[in-house]
Design a protein. Structure first.
Ligand code: PNW
Length: 483
């Protein structure tokens, strides 16, 4: 095991837990909320693993004070949550009415956080597009409309909450929105070329069109914030991208190249435009004209449109050249090493294994390439079969503790040994919650939720993370992480 090192975090390092509105709130028809695309999608037979939906979730719309008390009991100083667009503007559009009850709800929520000494870190869009916009003009497929409507919604939020919110995330994981929603068709709105899965969609074009809308919507909201709100509100704003480390399967040059190609499609698609002002050349090579063009005028708004690098990361993929999966940049992913061993501990979801070295490598890669402070806005693990064992056993979540032991050690090493400027770390998630297409089968929480009673029970991982944060707060030796 690694020898203990003196590991410190910057004094104002942000350490909190993360959630998202649709995954926790429930109360789908309360206080004037409009539907989001996830409401009906989750209720369509076959779309979620357990056939369940977000109608109740962790009931957090009602239990918001309990959730804040839980955060306070963990001694957390920051909370990342998302605002539901269709609670603020039920029909979503720039000419549609604003719902005062929705504004009040989040306003009270923010006040209560602040009363508890917790800084709000707000995501404006975590996948819950107002259904009305999808029905009206195709949602993210319609650049002209969605960019204006999203920017308007963002303005309404800056106006209502910006006096107290100083940390904004425009969009959560645009890759997931575009690829999983309009390519693979496993997330709302479920578009895909696969007609056994979906009556609508063209997986060869729609994801790239949607991707451009997302980039532009983000960029225009940031422009509005910087020009109209930032001078007075003085907050920070940026996008948060998903992205896992890509490691060559072996040292064959084609596999070394494949790992970079994987990063270009998974991360560079959004990060290169936003931070560098161009699409990765490899994407153009593979997609040709299907990679939706961004005009000269648009590039001016896009380039430099994030104050920091927002990073959600979970795992590492071993990359081999070949295969026909365009969404992975024609790269084949595996967790099995050439010698037949597994990269790390398998999670409940097929796409996740524990490999903390990859977390450190990714931090280094992103800092070197994009040269901005990094906010880790999600990082977490779903213990295999946790949903199918008695609660007492689930609370002893050793695999998750080991995961966080590894990633927090990597975090400290990246900061202290590699000099990477990391400013925030948010484990996903505060609570077990609605895990999208997995329903409630896959649990990512550091807090166990009993869905019969809605009781919350801290898992060992919550206690572990609270301990790490305390040590780090005191800026003392973090020996236990390394032992
Ligand atoms: C993220 N993949 O989603 C989201 O931001 C969260 O809402 C979600 O609960 C969390 O990670 C855990 O899944 C992802 O297939 C969904 O690689 C799927 C993938 C990655 C991230």
């Amino acid at each position: 095991m690694a020898t203990p090192t003196t590991s410190k975090l910057p004094k104002d390092f942000i350490w909190g837990f993360a959630t998202a509105a649709f995954q926790i709130e429930g109360s789908w028809d309360v206080d004037g909320r409009g539907k989001s695309i996830w409401d009906d999608f989750a209720k369509t037979p076959g779309k979620t693993q357990d056939g369940k939906n977000g109608d109740v979730a962790t009931d957090s719309y009602r239990l918001w004070k309990e959730d804040i008390a839980l955060l306070a009991s963990y001694g957390v100083k920051t909370y990342r949550f998302s605002i539901s667009w269709s609670r603020i503007i039920p029909l979503g559009g720039r000419d549609d009415p604003v719902n005062q009850k929705g504004i009040e709800y989040y306003s009270n929520f923010i006040d209560e956080l602040i009363r508890n000494g917790i800084t709000p870190f707000v995501t404006l869009y975590h996948w819950d597009l107002p259904q009305a916009l999808h029905d009206r003009y195709g949602g993210w497929l319609n650049k002209e409309e969605i960019v204006q409507d999203y920017t308007h919604y963002a303005r309404v939020c800056f106006e209502a909450f910006g006096d107290r919110v100083k940390h904004w995330l425009t969009l959560n994981e645009p890759w997931c929105v575009a690829i999983l929603g309009y390519g693979r068709g496993v997330f709302a709105p479920g578009h895909s070329s696969d007609r056994t899965r979906s009556a609508e969609g063209d997986s060869s074009t729609e994801p790239w069109i949607v991707g451009r809308s997302l980039i532009l919507a983000h960029a225009h909201a940031v422009k509005a914030y910087r020009e109209e709100f930032k001078p007075k509100q003085k907050g920070q704003i940026g996008i948060t991208l998903n992205g896992d480390w890509a490691m060559p399967y072996d040292d064959n040059q084609e596999n070394v190249d494949a790992a970079q190609h994987a990063l270009d499609f998974a991360i560079g698609w959004f990060a290169d435009p936003v931070y560098l002002g161009f699409y990765p050349p490899y994407m153009r090579e593979v997609l040709g004209d299907r990679l939706a063009d961004i005009t000269e005028e648009e590039w001016k708004v896009v380039k430099g449109s994030s104050d920091f690098y927002g990073m959600n990361t979970y795992t590492t993929n071993l990359c081999r050249a070949g295969g026909d999966d365009e969404f992975q940049g024609l790269v084949d992913y595996t967790f099995t090493r050439p010698d037949g061993t597994q990269l790390g501990t398998q999670a409940h979801c097929a796409w996740l294994q524990d490999y903390p070295e990859g977390f450190r490598a990714l931090l280094n890669y992103l800092y070197k390439r994009y040269k901005l402070p990094i906010y880790v806005t999600e990082n977490g693990f779903a213990v295999k079969d946790e949903n199918f064992i008695p609660r007492d056993q689930a609370l002893a979540d050793t695999d998750r503790v080991n995961y966080f032991r590894g990633t927090t050690a990597s975090l400290l090493a990246a900061i202290n040994e590699d000099g990477v400027d990391v400013r925030a770390y948010f484990p996903w998630s505060l609570l077990d919650n609605f895990e999208w297409a997995d329903g409630y089968v896959t649990r990512f929480g550091v807090t166990y939720v009993d869905y019969e009673t809605q009781e919350r029970h801290p898992k060992e991982s919550a206690k572990f993370l609270v301990k790490v944060r305390l040590w780090v707060d005191k800026r003392i030796l973090v020996e236990l992480i390394a032992s």
